[in-house]
Design a protein around this ligand. Sequence first.
Ligand code: PXG
Length: 297
Amino acid sequence: MKIYIDGKFYDKDDAKISVFDHGVLYGDGIFEGIRAYNGRIFRLDDHLERLEESANAILLKLPIPIKEIEKAIIETVRLNGLKDAYIRLVVTRGVGDLGLDMRKCKEGATLFIIADRIELYPEEFYEKGLTVVTSTIRQKGLDQVTPGVKSLNYLANILARAEATAAGAQEAILLNATGHVSECTGDNLFYIKNGKIFTPPTSAGILVGVTRNVVMELVEKHLGTKVIERNFPRYDLYGADEVFLTGTGAEVIAAVKIDGRVIGKGVAGPISKALIKHFRDYANSSGTPVYEAVKAK
Ligand code: PXG
């Protein structure tokens, strides 16, 4: 495996960053999780745009222009010979001293890119659905560093995920300060009631997922309806016909048990299944080519 760090490629065992990097000392940095399907990088422009927005939000100057970052991502996937990949791109504040002052990170941001094979939910979960619980951990408020920034501070999400694991579930729902549903630890959330599809608005405190946006487009294109963004309590999920989650790793996947309540028929419902298929068809036939030989379908 070859890992990109600041313009050079390293073997896995040699790919290291400083213990004085503020990404390590303070979680001071941002990241993106990106997929490649069939030798093409899915929605790369969307991920790069979100990266730029996250960087701007935390006053982080990207070490190289976005076009160069794009090339580095493609090169990392190519060097590793991957067609289907999970790409982790991280930008940290860089090497500083032990204090909080970002001005001490004089050499500027550190950028590294790992392209690996993907670890997915077993295929059977796309039929039988996931078990989800509501976490005791609240989503960060909009007056804090907003959940819309994909920052290196994932402790709340990690602890919420641990609660899910302890409860025998695969994902956890984070409620926000007003008790409305925001999102899951690594996925956005939708529910369906009487043919209408709902998802929390950005003001609920969510990471605006690339997959969420794609699914909203697919709903319009294939189902001839629009996803309704509105705030709702978790009780609306208990009474839903279907609930599904979206994320780069999970793609589209149904949630069939929430806090012990069975959702719909207790397996992936028809709309969730249709969207899983539409998403896969689209993901496998679009994206930025990594290898010259790849031709658009
Ligand atoms: N909300 C949160 C909090 C996330 O971390 C999403 C929603 C979905 O966004 P995208 O752009 O992927 O549709 C994420 C995704 C993992 C993993 O291994 C996933 C994410 C972050 C870290 C790990 O599943 N983020």
